[in-house]
Ligand binder design. Sequence first.
Ligand SMILES: Cc1cc2nc3c(=O)[nH]c(=O)nc-3n(C[C@H](O)[C@H](O)[C@H](O)COP(=O)(O)OP(=O)(O)OC[C@H]3O[C@@H](n4cnc5c(N)ncnc54)[C@H](O)[C@@H]3O)c2cc1C
Length: 550
Amino acid sequence: MTTIRLDVVPQDPEDHVWDVIVIGTGAGGSTAGFNLAHLGRSVLFVERGKLLHHDPTVERGTAFSYTGDPEAALNHGWWPRPFYCREEEDAVPVPTRPPIGSGAGGSTSQFNAVLERFRPQDFTPRRFFQDISDTSLPEAWPVSYEEMQPFYERAESLYRVRGTQDPLAPTGASLLEPPPPSNRESAVFDALKGVGLHPYRIHSALEQVPGCVGCPGRLCPRACRNDAARICLYPALEQYGAKILPNCRAIRLEETGRAVSRVICEWNARRIALRARIFILAANAFLTPVLLQRSANENFPDGLANSSGLVGRNLMLHASNHLFARLKRTAPALGFNMNYGLSLNDFYVHGGAKLGNFHAHPVATRNELIRFLTQHYGLSTPTKSGSSIRPIRSAYLPGALLSMMTPMARFLCRPWTVFAAILEDLPYAGNYVAAKADGDEDIVYTYRYPEELRRRAQMMCDSFKNALAPLFDVSPLQPVGALNGSHVCGTCRFGDDPQISVLDRDNRAHDLDNLYVLDASFFPSSGGINPSLTIVANSLRATDKIAQRL
Ligand SMILES: Cc1cc2nc3c(=O)[nH]c(=O)nc-3n(C[C@H](O)[C@H](O)[C@H](O)COP(=O)(O)OP(=O)(O)OC[C@H]3O[C@@H](n4cnc5c(N)ncnc54)[C@H](O)[C@@H]3O)c2cc1C
């Protein structure tokens, strides 16, 4: 545990008018507050969870099984309340494990640290889906890849991303040297090239200190994972004068005229009202829209900033499947260790269809991989109708584990490499998040897994399997249909037309002069790759402009 100066927590937060209040300290919020504090603006962070790296009650490095105890979840850096979900509007919502982090760094405190750029074609998404009439996919993002590129460079350098160039990317990324590959990683890399694919060392923000195992889904116990807290939040607090209220929940925003005047919060069991010139919402794409909905008033009866009716709509999650790939000829001495990770974009656009990225994470031991898969498989086991929505009570039951036994048994006997597929899912107005009526904090999300997504998910797995067939045995860990709730996005999309978007191209609410949304809610499409680098790059882009207003 490192120490932090106590004066980063203000005793009298209601007495100030801050330049900026940032709600949420995840990828978007920490980066925003860091950039603004660095540029000399007064910043107050409001965070529901704990100052994870400094709180003695927090357990670092240990895996966490969700039991529904809010304090236990917060002590492991996870959101404290269950989420409620359903596949159809008229179905009864079931509680599910919340797939997001809470506390310093938000979900990045748990993340795999893969920081990859979207590809240029992600910025003009509609052209790949001309025949799908019911998606709300726009023709183009309001910002082009070329406009985003300098901010991608800054984001890569800020988060100290390591890796090698993607041979299929049109422009190079700004990357530090990755560690030398293990024998096993070299063998898999060479074999992927041998079947005509274009692998590269994954773009990742891990420092690779001795003993690093990546720690996916748990708090890093070493100075290793470059999450949003380590890279942005703590430097903002310790070097650039920003302040923070941890354990502080934003409940409602108040609006006067076309501006937000105060945010009402619950802090240390009391209500406080905080004032600022600019408010930045970065509470995660599940939670930001619900905060806006709960801030409805006479001027905005359907929720703040919601004249478009789109706050909470167009929920996207990514479809993710895992595949085991085993080299047909493997020398026993190769060992198990994948010490850095591999990625490939040969299937990003394939056979005329837009699919997405495949990558293999670093894994030090079999046990480490089994723990990760068990934890996350519980989250994403397909239901009968194919989506990943699973009630908490069945996620860890023997039945769910039993269903893993056959592939797991195969896995235990042979040195497999596990590849994760990140498949772009499309925005539909009927997939949405809303406040749960009988709780003041809980949310319900509705996600119907569309047939076009199932077809593309099957195509992606089949294409991968066929391409690798000359040198690998490939088998899927689960049938297609799994979703990835931790990649949530899209619920306050940005765009130029206020009738069909919530935010403008600078991420400011069309309806309000001083309200910005800088978490993953702004995505108008989900892309086929991990979202965090795009969240971070966009946060830098938007806050450069916000600073000019102050
Ligand atoms: C296990 C796991 C692995 C992942 N791996 C990767 C990866 O390798 N690469 C990648 O790109 N992405 C990965 N992700 C996803 C990535 O972490 C998220 O996409 C990203 O962090 C989202 O950023 P955000 O700013 O939208 O919100 P978050 O990072 O989720 O942060 C939101 C913060 O807001 C706080 N908050 C919410 N409501 C309130 C409120 N009312 N008041 C005060 N505070 C509030 C929350 O406590 C939280 O701290 C992973 C996620 C998980 C969980």
